[in-house]
Design a protein around this ligand. Structure first.
Ligand code: FDA
Length: 358
């Protein structure tokens, strides 16, 4: 290790994209260096994202809510639908996410599923060019796995009736096996309007992609946003990036082999590969590789988060790619907001400036 904080690599890597696990895994990280500071901040914010005491405290501060609005579309579905319409007007697709994770009672899990039924209804009735994304711990994973599977099944059946795709987000590594199992179970039941997320920081991801791609599978590829130990996830950013590109190539090849289906014009069904990153090098690699092997632009989707790199979102749309923006909304914005702060030190100063403004 020692790579993230070595002077040579500090020149080659943006300091704002170091994975949190580099903090513990990199003995060469010098106290006081900007890279070390970033790693420390990232570890702190990922810890805070899971700490109930911090959640209770931080959510009480008015300026936290104000700062969070940069990343969320509002607290109500109406507001999120307005944000989606605006994105659609600019040629972008969306995926709606009703924020929530780790529910603590079966009733909460059922209510979360009911909320998704409403989202599906509203997408179908309004005709917005959007689908939906959800988290399994929001539907009861870890609390009652059978209930979670039933909830997901209910949502997928309803969504299938009006041709809407539902993406299952990937959470921390303890949930990966069950997420893949649920996907396979429901696909075997004939529910094909769903897909998964693969995290490039996990050692296992190439093997997972290999086995999933035997059948056409809609996969969103991201770097990974959770705290993972060094025996599970690549500790070095350079390795995460390399793995991201390797996985991109695998997804692009598979899309070509499966006939290169384009993203649906009504915005409901994504292309088979969805490259979810704001990292221009990863995006450039995907574009170059797809061009080299002959995957048409409409069959290669890019995805980004609401409020981040709007300029890049629009540039890719203008270049002819489907671009989908992840639009989170709701009152449970705390862990999502903390993960966004963890990703980029500049966001922490943005948060503090909201505090100073009172
Ligand atoms: P990287 O972190 O290297 O950032 C590259 C550049 O992007 C930065 O230099 C900066 O300019 C900009 N940027 C990145 N994050 C920013 C931020 N928070 N604020 C401001 N600028 C920022 N993760 C997961 O574990 N499971 C999941 O299901 C998903 N789902 C998902 C959906 C979509 C549509 C996206 C875009 C991302 C996810 N993620 C996710 C999150 C993902 O794993 C990752 O944490 C973030 O996308 C940041 O990584 P980048 O690839 O953008 O690169």
């Amino acid at each position: 290790m020692g790579t993230f904080c070595s002077p040579a690599l500090a020149l080659r890597h943006e300091p704002d994209s170091i994975p949190e696990h580099s903090l513990t895994a990199d003995p060469g990280c010098q106290p006081g260096s900007p890279l070390r500071s970033h790693a420390v901040l990232r570890a702190i914010f990922l810890y805070l994202s899971q700490a109930t005491w911090a959640k209770d405290l931080i959510m009480r501060w008015g300026f936290s809510r104000r700062a969070a609005t940069r990343f969320i579309a509002g607290e109500r579905l109406e507001e999120a639908l307005r944000a989606v319409s605006e994105l659609n007007r600019r040629g972008l697709f969306a995926t709606l996410d009703h924020l929530g994770e780790h529910v603590t009672t079966p009733d909460e899990a059922r209510r979360a599923a009911d909320d998704y039924l409403e989202i599906i209804d509203r997408i179908c009735a309004s005709g917005v060019r959007s689908n939906a994304s959800l988290k399994l711990t929001q539907l009861g994973l870890g609390l009652d796995d059978d209930l979670c599977l039933d909830n997901l099944r209910r949502i997928l059946r309803k969504a299938a009736a009006c041709g809407v795709f539902v993406r299952v987000d990937m959470e921390d590594s303890s949930t990966v096996d069950r997420t893949l199992d649920f996907y396979r179970t429901l696909r075997d039941e004939g529910l094909h309007n769903t897909g998964l997320v693969i995290q490039a920081y996990l050692f296992r991801s190439q093997a997972d992609v290999q086995s999933l791609l035997a059948a056409p599978t809609r996969i969103r590829l991201c770097k990974g946003a959770y705290r993972e130990p060094a025996h599970i996830a690549f500790p070095r950013k350079a390795d995460v990036d390399l793995n991201f590109d390797t996985l991109t190539a695998m997804l692009v090849d598979a899309a070509l082999a499966h006939g290169a289906p384009p993203a649906a014009a009504d915005g409901r069904i994504p292309a088979l590969p969805a490259i979810a990153s704001h990292d221009e090098k990863r995006i450039n690699f995907a574009q170059r590789y797809a061009e080299q092997v002959g995957l048409p632009k409409p069959a290669l989707e890019f995805q980004m988060l609401h409020g981040i790199r709007t300029d890049l979102q629009l540039a890719l749309t203008r270049a002819g790619y489907p671009v989908r923006v992840y639009v989170p909304y709701g009152t449970h914005w705390y862990p999502y907001f903390m993960r966004r702060l963890a990703e980029r030190p500049a966001n922490v100063w943005f948060f503090l400036s909201n505090y100073l403004r009172g």
